[in-house]
Design a protein around this ligand. Structure first.
Ligand code: SF4
Length: 120
């Protein structure tokens, strides 16, 4: 489809890239943001879902709704980097089962019920 319909170029718009089989908003945001540097949305993967709820940035659970919440509160020039930062934090510190809250630089901002240690 890239060859036949898009002239050998991965599309640069959300509307077009979503036409590719198997591509949903998460993949589209990764390609548009990290490959082309175009911020049209925020990548919401399993780490972003978990951390945004723990950090009370959203009450939603559906990725599309979480993305809309993040778009409202994160400046557009931070959208691409924000996802990378959360995914990195989610892999290294705020892991799913036993978050390493004692080592977390965001601990003073976090009121999650999942916390394993708390200073407040
Ligand atoms: S304090 Fe714990 S639960 Fe909160 S963001 Fe940090 S690691 Fe995650």
């Amino acid at each position: 489809m890239v060859v036949e319909q898009f002239g050998n170029q991965v599309p640069r718009t959300m509307e077009e890239i979503l036409k590719l089989p198997g591509v949903a908003r998460k993949t589209a945001n990764v390609v548009l943001g990290s490959f082309y540097g175009i911020a049209v949305g925020v990548v919401v993967d399993t780490h972003v879902l978990r951390l945004t709820r723990r950090l009370e940035l959203t009450r939603n659970t559906q990725p599309e709704k979480v993305e809309q919440d993040l778009i409202r509160i994160i400046p557009q020039d931070r959208w691409i980097q924000f996802s990378h930062e959360l995914i990195h934090h989610g892999r290294q510190v705020c892991v799913a089962r036993t978050p390493r809250c004692a080592d977390c630089t965001l601990e003073h901002l976090c009121n999650s019920g999942d916390k394993t240690w708390s200073s407040h």
